[in-house]
Design a protein around this ligand. Sequence first.
Ligand code: ADP
Length: 185
Amino acid sequence: MRFELGGGKAIELARGDITAESTDAIVNAANSSLMGGGGVDGAIHRAGGPAILDECKAIVAKQGYLEDGQVVATTGGRLKARYVLHTSGPVYEDGTFGEAETLASCYRESIRLADRMGLKTLAFPSISTGTYGYPVHLAAPVAVAALAEAMNGVENVTLARFILFDDLTFAAYRDAAKAFAEDSR
Ligand code: ADP
């Protein structure tokens, strides 16, 4: 499913496993320690091999833990994608702790970093809606709006894909993208 943003830019939604994506970079729903974990984080480290964790360790040694909503880049190791952008999403409490702003920041800062790196295509998982407990029907509209807005503001990134692991998550993002497209007409 594809949504045109104008200016030759688009957002695509697909069901699948993000480790198989051949975009220039894939985004990892990491945690602030950057030491790997479960869910999509574990899958990316397993598929990409140890070079990713080595770079994560070097980054933490240099600049400390990653703040929520911020992003850093490493190699893609053995992945098809050349780079992994690691971002730490918010842990969802009850919505009153700035969770939406932090989640929007993950998408916005990933797009901006990719753009500064000269990358054209990027794939995202559904950040924070697994272990971090963000209800997907609340996360999806935040993610879609933040991504569309950030893409309109950059030069190089022309395609962002959401790669969604299960039917429920895919349906939530599809509904959010349709509503966003309606509203922006
Ligand atoms: P978080 O800690 O940010 O909540 P999780 O990895 O627990 O991150 O979950 C985020 C989303 O990623 C969930 O929808 C989960 O089903 C999904 N996911 C897990 N593995 C993969 C994968 N290989 N590709 C794409 N999405 C995945």
